[in-house]
Design a protein around this ligand. Structure first.
Ligand code: WTA
Length: 639
């Protein structure tokens, strides 16, 4: 990289490998974003071309109107022509002593078709929802693609979510079939996922459960309902005609945290999602046939969907699917994987980078990581310190750091400076992708000046893969994303600013979303989970800064009875873990007599956070119960 002042630019080597090298692409795209997206869409295979590329009135927009396609024909069939025996997936197990697996494009094609045929025999039809509760094993990709092959709508549920979290998602989606696993390995231990899945099935419409064999652990079995994956694919044909999908047909639902207990099902559609996944992965990570791409995100999150499944397959890339944790069995595992496979593009989260940083550079001495060419970051703001460490110690000053900003709702990355163009600035996301209009506006919708913080929004035509709705909840869709600017702009809920160079920096959220080790949660959903503990009368959760995880939840609970508080903290932790999952475990739980409230009864979470971090509290005179603060202070910091 070449440094000019506080900015970095690609050098000749970085430019050479890039698809997009000239700044002029931005002006071209800005002139007519729709035309620009059309030109990239033409690189893909369609059964029928669109009659109009962009239509509709926000919040109901459409892309590639009238077009017909099947994403799997682009992920699989298309690649058989020139990449039939190329490796698609390199699967690296949790236990480095177990054998890795590689799956070629042709093998993947056959497996997907077999499973697609098997799903059809189980009664799955176009438009039906299929729940997928699988860890990072190749079958998760096979299952997603098999659904897409026959036009079923998949809804992947993160395997570390609890059975209750699975249940509400399956219920909301109305899933008919669930695909899960006997058990899987995480840090050397087996998680009994089938047992957990069974608990989550109660009260759902799931009729059949397909079980992949991975850990060989003992599992509960319901004869009329459960089938082994290997049994139903055996003997199936390896050809399955791809369902011809309309560009605006639903493709998948991915749930994200809601502000209350109920998650929202972000709905993505076939055509727009395919185009964004393809183009973003191609332009941003500059994928070519020589790349080994490793995105560390779990498939249960949107980053996993787009960059550990669809994006690389649409580009015919070889990618790594890692079952384990980057620091298991040793803190250098991740660097070992990079060297072992010659990873060229590495995409991870600031929480991982902070952990690597904390473990120090000594353990990295045995690794050259010389194959790396592009580095990415996603999920939360990356600090200057982490950016510089990543740049120097992992990228050796050679690789651009792409701080990619996007959301479950946008389906694909929509902002980051591009590797062949730049500029890159520590802790800044940089520019919106060509063809995407990201603006920072004030409450009135007026453009903010450089350096002025405001709301990060999208202007029309938004992006091809923007969510088309919240599954079966139109009200939530319009309220959450469109009401703030009267359907004119898409409201991301993020706060940020553009610097004097026009580079975007996202600083945080306008709502109660928190990111715990990169996992998207809301304090609202944690509160409603905590309230399930029988002794709890009232609860407030705040996110506080954590060195490694970025943020962690801290809960303040008011008991129903001051004399019945035995075991209350443990019960609150248990309620949160069983409602959401271990990732949501509060860092601390404080039992308090009262919560600070305004005269209108609103809980002042800001004050709770400040008490915890021992910050100056400021004026408390607007509180209805200022005395509560003194008592909370004593509980949090006993003398
Ligand atoms: C945050 C993850 C700052 C942001 C792809 C967004 C970021 C939310 C960045 C979406 C980034 C994601 N810099 N903040 N580079 N990337 N975020 O749906 O608040 O899990 O709205 O999608 O993560 O989280 P989600």
């Amino acid at each position: 990289m070449i440094k000019k002042g506080e900015l970095y630019y690609p050098d000749t080597a970085a430019k050479k490998r890039a698809w997009l090298k000239s700044k002029s692409v931005y002006a071209l795209a800005e002139k007519n974003p729709v035309k620009f997206w059309e030109s990239v869409a033409k690189e893909l295979v369609w059964r029928k071309k669109w009659t109009k590329a962009y239509a509709g009135t926000p919040p109901h927009i459409k892309w590639f109107v009238g077009a017909k396609l099947n994403i799997t024909e682009n992920c699989l069939d298309r690649n058989l022509v020139t990449r039939k025996n190329k490796v698609a997936i390199i699967w690296e197990p949790d236990d480095s002593n177990q054998a890795a697996r590689t799956i070629t494009y042709y093998q993947l094609y056959r497996e997907v078709n077999k499973f697609a045929n098997a799903l059809k025999k189980l009664g799955v039809k176009k438009g039906d929802r299929v729940g997928i509760y699988l860890p990072m094993i190749p079958e998760v990709v096979i299952a997603m693609l098999a659904c897409a092959r026959i036009g079923a709508v998949h809804s992947v549920v993160f395997s570390a979510f609890s059975s209750q979290a699975l249940q509400v998602r399956l219920q909301d989606a109305g899933a008919k079939v669930l695909v899960t696993v006997d058990g899987y390995y995480r840090r050397g231990k087996i998680t009994d996922l089938k047992k957990q899945a069974d608990e989550g099935l109660e009260g759902t419409a799931v009729e059949r459960v397909v079980v992949v064999k991975r850990a060989g652990n003992q599992i509960p079995w319901t004869q009329a309902r459960d089938v082994w994956y290997e049994d139903i694919v055996r003997g199936e044909s390896d050809e399955c005609a791809a369902a011809v999908m309309d560009a605006e047909d639903p493709m998948f639902i991915l749930y994200t945290s809601g502000s209350t207990g109920k998650p929202k099902g972000a709905l993505h559609t076939c055509g727009g999602y395919m185009v964004s996944a393809y183009a973003s992965d191609k332009w941003i990570f500059d994928l070519t046939d020589d790349d080994i791409f490793w995105s560390t995100a779990d498939i249960g999150w949107v980053t996993g969907h787009t960059y550990s499944c669809y994006g690389p397959l649409l580009n015919g890339t070889t990618f790594i699917q890692f079952e384990g944790s980057p620091d298991y069995p040793n803190p250098d595992r991740w660097a070992g994987v990079i060297d072992k496979y010659g990873v060229t593009v590495f995409y991870t989260a600031p929480t991982a980078i902070r952990m690597f940083m904390k473990n120090g550079t000594d353990i990295l001495k045995p690794y050259t990581m010389k194959t790396l060419e592009v580095l990415g970051s996603v999920g939360e703001p990356i600090s200057e310190k982490a950016w510089n460490w990543y740049f120097k110690e992992v990228g050796k000053g050679r690789c651009p750091i792409l701080d990619t900003w996007w959301q479950t709702e946008t389906g694909g990355i929509i902002a980051t400076s591009l590797p062949g163009i730049g500029p890159f600035k520590p802790a800044h996301t940089g520019l919106a992708l060509p063809g995407i209009r990201i603006r920072v506006v004030d409450e009135a919708g007026k453009l903010c000046k450089p350096g002025q913080e405001g709301s990060v929004v999208l202007f029309p035509p938004f992006c091809p893969s923007l969510l088309r709705g919240v599954w079966q909840n139109e009200q939530k869709f319009t309220d959450t994303y469109w009401s703030q600017y009267k359907n004119k702009y898409y409201f991301s809920g993020d706060l940020g600013y553009k610097d004097k160079n026009g580079l975007l920096r996202v600083v945080g959220r306008a709502d109660d979303m928190i990111k715990v080790a990169g996992h998207r949660l809301t304090t609202g959903e944690l509160e409603s989970a905590a309230c399930k503990a029988p002794q709890v009368a009232e609860c407030a959760v705040v996110g506080v800064v954590d060195e490694i995880k970025g943020e962690v939840p801290v809960a303040f609970v008011v008991p129903k009875s001051q004399t019945d508080v035995a075991g209350m903290k443990e019960n609150v932790v248990a309620a949160i873990r069983s409602t959401i999952g271990p990732i949501a475990t509060p860092h601390e739980v404080f039992v308090v007599t009262d919560l600070p409230k305004t005269r209108s009864g609103k809980i002042m979470r800001r004050i709770l956070r400040k008490v915890f971090t021992k910050e100056e509290l400021g004026d408390l005179s607007t509180l209805a119960n200022p005395e509560s603060v003194e008592s909370i202070k004593n509980t949090v910091n006993p003398a």
